[in-house]
Design a protein around this ligand. Sequence first.
Ligand SMILES: [Zn+2]
Ligand SMILES: [Zn+2]
Length: 654
Amino acid sequence: MSNNKESGTGMDDAGNSGGVKTAMEGQNKPRRRRRRPAAKPVLEESVVAVEKASPGTLHVKRQNGGKRAPLSTAEGEKPQTSEEGAVAKASGKKPARAADTLRMIPLGGMCEIGKNMFVYEYGQDMILVDCGISFPDEAMPGIDVVIPDFAYVLDNIDRLRGIFITHGHEDHIGALPWLLRTVKATVYGSGMSMALVKQKVEDRETGVKGVNLVTVKDGDRIRAGCFEVEFIHSNHSIADANVLAIRTPAGTVLHTGDFKIDYTPLDGRIMDLGRIAEIGAEGVLLLVCESTNVENPGASSSETKVGEALSSLFQQAEGRIFVTTFSSNVFRIQQIFTAAEKQKRKVVLVGRSMLKYYEAADSLGYVKHKPETLVEINKASKIAPNELVYITTGSQGEPLSALTRMANAEHRQIEIRKGDMVILSSSAIPGNEKSIYRVINELYRKGARVIYKSLAEIHVSGHACQEELKTIHTLVKPRFFVPCHGEYRHLYRHAQLAVGLGMPQENVHILSNGDVFEYSKKRQQARIAGAVHTSAVLIDGSGMLGELDRHILRDRLLLAEDGVVSVALAINRKTGALVGQPEIQARGFYYNSERDRIVKECQHKIRDIVKKAEEAGKRVETLLKGDSLNYQLEQLLQARTKRRPVLIISVIEV
Ligand SMILES: [Zn+2]
Ligand SMILES: [Zn+2]
């Protein structure tokens, strides 16, 4: 979550009120960015609750001819990545739809890891696969989450036949509450996915009424218009992940979702490679496959390996044990329970999202332990230290997470002390390293023994590495391939991997969000047929920011860098003459030592400018129009301080 919410800057956001005319300047200059991002909350393999961001109704303005105004942010910011056969983007225009064509349009999840959302269309039918969120980057201060642009879905709402979920990670289901507020559609997914979606739709803040959720089993086939979607079991760092086989009149699409191939998964349910091979033998038109770990050679390790490492560490521990992990990883939680029971230790769950995921997994019977093993946090103080294991949130060093607060002695019930063992059974999501190391430093300072990363095999990834990807490509033998779930470099490397396995280059397409992959049954050809308007929609505490509100972000960045200076002039309504001294106030701009000098110089400058205007017979307001007052004051401030604050000038008539 963003931790830079601040109030009390006293700044009115460029709004005009009463007799105060306000001009703002400084929004349009390119700026350096110096801000350090807060620890990125966990997308994959865990979730940080989206507390502040409760979904509001989509406010979609209807414009001329009922055409929908885009909800999204500015165009032209992402790199053009369509490859061979790409047609120039016709953003905003609906590409023409032929009756016999299959279309796949990613609304998110391309050239990024996050906010996965895919549209599949054929004739008069449309289905969606996944509807996830991503988290803001350092250029989005005050933003809580980012969701896909639903404009295309809303434009074609009458054709929507269902929403299909591959698995329950936030980057695949997190944006559903926002979509379901506006869109009435049935959501299909596995047990764990639907348990988590149910929590969302029943949540007090994010809740939506009257949503139809259908829980499917492995092997189920759901008809949705002309589509038939089959759920195939796969392995991932969350229970009940599925590969989707989407049958269409033009051919079969295999949409992998996130997966790894685990030959010794904890629950014994190996990814259904047999079924995937059968479908491959029937013939697959298009493979849409995740790319997260495509840079890693070899294969991912099995989840069961972690259990062995945890058990041997637990044996060595003499005091309390703390394990932090991605709270959505039920298998990991299970292994911690198992290792704890072996050592006759009790388990305490700490942190809201830990409890949330445990609850979902427990409702499905996925965590097996003796009832007396789980104890509540307030009972733990009566138990001997060497009989306790805490499973806690905070694997990414998130400032508000339980582990960070324990390390900083800010947690209400628990403080880390000498003799504790702390195991970080997780990997750092890129960008979070500093926050994690800060926590580790603190843990060492408190006297704990800390086990992380290279010190033991205490974490395995949930995503397929090169050899696993090759297995899928080889079993599926698709005619066309679109890599997804990766930054551009991942997509590129995955395309290379496919070509290396013998796929013709022209059958591999790297897409950007919004690109329309189209396959004509009649012509038996695929192409990228333009693009639909899509971009990130930013959500902050109060609701949704759209395209028009992008300036708010720009101002937040400027304020963070150089602060704000406000200048108020009082002028005589009749004569237009300056009344008294211009009042100058600033926040985050000047140092105490410079203050008097800068204020005096500004006042002097303003008097000068106003006097010249008066002599030329111009009223003071006209100085605001031409920006000349703004410009000259800014020049002065920059010359004296080398800083360029947001400048607000108000003229009050008295
Ligand atoms: Zn994912
Ligand atoms: Zn995932």
